[in-house]
Design a protein around this ligand. Structure first.
Ligand code: NAD
Length: 459
């Protein structure tokens, strides 16, 4: 195997190099595709029950190594240990859920004259999953688990900064008995290994999660080859608080709705929209809640928020929070590590850069609104449409606003937007296609229609 680069993996809480990983080049992608195609034909030919059994064994292997995977994610991504355990558990659950779908992946029988018409859902072949660094394990598994369950092989390219848990998952798959070559992890530079996967004629589908500009390039290159592409991209999601809401509960839930994973979450509720009559009270409650968020060593069980992923990300976040801005500011450690304090900005114009662009850090803006129509207008005043929350005690209003906000994942009196058994994806510049949920496996199949004549062979 030849490599063009090496990837250095840093612990973002200490800036220490914790591993050096060879980076795949285009020729490594070529040989991985050959291996994957070979493994895929055998995998697709297995009895569905056998494929399901192997995926469940993979889920068990992940469960048995949950703590090890979680500790690795703390070190390579700076995730808090509580989050990292949830993330490893999410991989296990996704594999289990997908395994349950193997024997339920049914086609249809459609009434026709003179025979029988059936649809058959066939695997696509080799699927490439290109993952970002913000949730290395869950996002890798969102594409991988249903693709494997539907009979495909998967080549996963993790982000440059976070290849370690993905590599460990590939080892666990082999230990669980998945065939060699069926699930391969190729760490590498996006413009090299990622691009080679997108352009490879032997890769049938691309599942991309990452930034909107790169997603658009992937779509353009994929469509030149008529390749299906799923895109999960950025967000600038609203947290809409009406005056008739339980303001105490809304304020208490707000900090972690944009600080979880240090704000490096595509669903982060970074635009807090508060009805003017409740604005002062809400801020009065929000300030101590934000200031008391414990930021520090992600390995410590008590920590609520860890560092940002990298120096580049820290500089990006800093560029949005200029000295002239006002608001609420929490605390963060000094010294080595990529630390930024929880920050809520007030007095911001709705069209200011920090109010419309995805910061991808622990920074939110609070904007007042007058009435329901104004709230909907502000909520939709973004190029993104991924998530959002609506806080109100009025059920009719909750439904009206849910219908009017152009986003793929909304929650009422809650900030929960990701469950592996419900569909997830974005409107507008937030993406294309859906992942997760009951139809996840179908997205990794081609539909073939077969008509069988009952008239006998033509004479
Ligand atoms: P990124 O777009 O820079 O990289 C994402 C992945 O694409 C990485 O693996 C990278 O190596 C690869 N890549 C880069 N250039 C490529 C190219 N030319 N061809 C093929 N692959 C290439 O994004 P990032 O900085 O790693 O992730 C942060 C972004 O991801 C944020 O904008 C965030 O909102 C988004 N995100 C979205 C979701 C979602 O589900 N909607 C989830 C998590 C993150």
């Amino acid at each position: 195997m030849s490599y063009e680069h090496e990837l250095q993996v840093l612990n973002p809480a200490t800036e220490e190099v914790i591993a050096t990983v060879p980076a795949a080049g285009a020729e490594d992608v070529d040989s991985a595709v050959v291996r994957a195609a070979k493994a895929q034909s055998g995998w697709a030919a297995l009895a569905p029950g056998e494929r399901a059994r192997l995926l469940r064994r993979f889920a068990v292997a992940v469960d048995e190594h949950l703590e090890e995977l979680a500790q690795l994610e703390v070190r390579e991504a700076g995730h808090t240990i509580g989050n990292a355990r949830w993330e490893a558990g999410n991989v296990r659950d996704l594999l289990d859920y997908a395994a349950g779908g193997v024997e339920r992946l049914t086609g249809r029988q459609i009434p026709v004259a003179g025979g029988l018409d059936v649809t058959i859902l066939e695997p696509l072949g080799v699927v490439a999953v290109i993952a970002p660094w913000n949730f290395p394990m869950p996002i890798a598994a969102w594409g991988t688990a249903p693709a494997l369950a539907a009979g495909n092989a998967v080549i996963l390219k993790p982000a440059e900064t976070t290849p370690l848990t993905a590599l460990r998952l590939a080892e666990l798959a082999l230990e669980a008995g998945l065939p060699e070559g069926l699930f391969q992890v190729l760490p590498g530079v996006g413009s090299v290994a990622g691009n080679a996967l997108v352009e490879h004629p032997g890769v049938a589908k691309i599942v991309f999660t990452g930034s909107t500009p790169v997603g658009k390039q992937v779509l353009a290159k994929g469509s030149a080859l008529l390749k299906p592409v799923t895109l999960e991209l950025g967000g600038k999601s609203p947290n809409i608080v009406f005056a008739d809401a339980d303001i105490e509960a809304a304020a208490a839930a707000t900090p972690m709705s944009f600080l979880d994973n240090s704000g490096q979450d595509c669903c982060a509720r970074t635009r807090i929209l508060v009805q003017r009559s409740a604005y002062d009270r809400f801020l009065e409650l929000l300030a101590p809640a934000v200031e008391s968020v414990l930021v520090g060593d992600p390995a410590d069980e008590k920590t609520a928020m860890g560092p940002l992923i990298s120096k580049a990300q820290l500089e990006r976040v800093r560029s949005y929070v200029t000295d002239d801005l006002k608001g609420i500011c929490g605390t963060a450690p000094e010294g080595p590590g990529f630390w930024f304090p929880p920050t809520v900005l007030t007095g911001i114009e709705p069209h200011a850069r920090v109010a419309v662009e995805e910061v991808f850090g622990p920074v939110a803006v609070v904007l007042p609104f007058d009435d329901e129509a104004d709230a909907i207008r502000l909520a939709n005043a973004t190029e993104y449409g991924l998530s959002g929350s609506i806080w109100t005690r009025d059920v009719g209003r909750a439904l009206r606003v849910s219908q009017a906000v152009r986003a793929g994942n909304l929650s009422v009196n809650s900030h929960a937007s990701v469950r592996y058994w419900t569909p997830f994806g974005g409107y507008k510049q937030s993406g294309l296609g859906r992942e997760l949920g009951p139809d996840a496996l179908t997205a990794f199949t081609e539909t073939k229609n077969v008509f069988i004549s009952t008239e006998g062979p033509a004479q």
